[in-house]
Design a protein around this ligand. Structure first.
Ligand code: GUN
Length: 293
């Protein structure tokens, strides 16, 4: 069994990005600039956004954090989005989700200019990804593709089971794994809460990508010996031994599954660090106007 080290892979990619930005700046080019909008004070969102700002510094990017209190109106938020859409210095921006109930996430997502949508959530980017056109690919699926590629994991002709059908992980992941490309060229099955025989589906899989958000869902009896296991789960569970008071728990029962696999991602330190790294890759593409002019 080989452990897939997302932390080390993300660090290496961020260094590569920083080197490329140094080169761009040495040639008189523009410093890539990512802006992030954070609404309210949700603990998870605060941590994610702080990590995104930190990653920007590591990549030699300029970053701007824009904060609103949770009583901000949808109108005020949309006005800020319009301002960022029209700001030539901002190459890409994100609105951290979830948003308070009185604001439509769909409206917000569609208000972002798709050419600056480095999250890859806008329907134009989602649609372009689905038909294999250049676009911003959402961060978690893109990070998983990078891990598979950097570890030279064979995907062609393999049976891949994706657990979960969310718009930001399960659906794009399934789509990417079936595309005519490497990583890809898999036969993909998507399982969800209404799947009839999920254990049997998993037992057939050469690659399992678990993104259900159910701690310890994947157990040893669901895993074919030699399978590749990618764990996207990051459920916070209370843990008095941690300074923060919680720990992150994956969707895979790691201790019993790991000995069976060829490769497995740990939680934390697997998929998580790659997610922010993918956002940095999209920001570099945006800064270079590599996808959209
Ligand atoms: N909330 C959880 N994941 C994400 C993400 O990738 N982007 C944004 N904007 N919000 C999130």
């Amino acid at each position: 069994m080989e452990l897939i080290d997302g932390k080390a892979t993300a660090a290496a990619i961020k260094q590569e990005i920083a080197a490329e930005v140094a080169q761009i700046l040495a040639n008189g080019g523009k410093q890539p600039h990512l802006a992030a909008i954070l609404v309210g004070h949700d603990g998870g969102s605060e941590t994610y956004v702080a990590n995104k700002v930190k990653a920007c510094a590591e990549c030699n990017f300029k970053s701007t954090l824009i904060r609103f209190e949770s009583d901000v109106t949808e109108e005020e938020l949309l006005a800020k989005i319009e301002e960022l859409n029209n700001d030539p210095d901002v190459d890409g921006f994100i609105v951290q989700l979830p948003l308070p109930k009185h604001i439509s996430e769909q409206k917000v997502t569609e208000a972002i200019d798709y050419r600056k949508d480095v999250d890859g959530f806008h329907p134009i980017n989602v649609g372009r990804m689905n038909i294999g056109l250049p676009c911003y690919i959402s961060a978690t699926p893109n990070g998983i593709l990078d891990l598979l590629a950097r570890y030279n994991i064979e995907t062609r002709g393999k049976k891949c089971v994706v657990l979960g059908r969310s718009n930001i992980v399960g659906k794009p992941m399934a789509n990417l794994m079936m595309q005519k490309a490497y990583p890809g060229d898999c036969t993909v099955t998507v399982c969800h809460s209404h799947t009839a025989n999920i254990k049997e589906e998993c037992r057939q899989a050469d690659i399992i990508i678990a993104a259900l958000g159910q701690p310890n869902f994947v157990t040893a009896d669901m895993v074919k010996p030699g399978a590749v296991i990618i764990d996207v789960g990051t459920t916070r569970v209370p843990d008095a031994t941690k300074k923060s008071g919680f720990r992150l728990n994956g969707d895979v029962k790691f201790d019993e599954v790991a000995p069976l696999c060829s490769y497995i991602t740990p939680v934390p330190g697997g998929v998580g660090p790659m997610t922010i790294c993918s956002l940095m890759k999209n920001t570099l593409l945006a800064g270079k106007k590599a996808i959209y002019k």
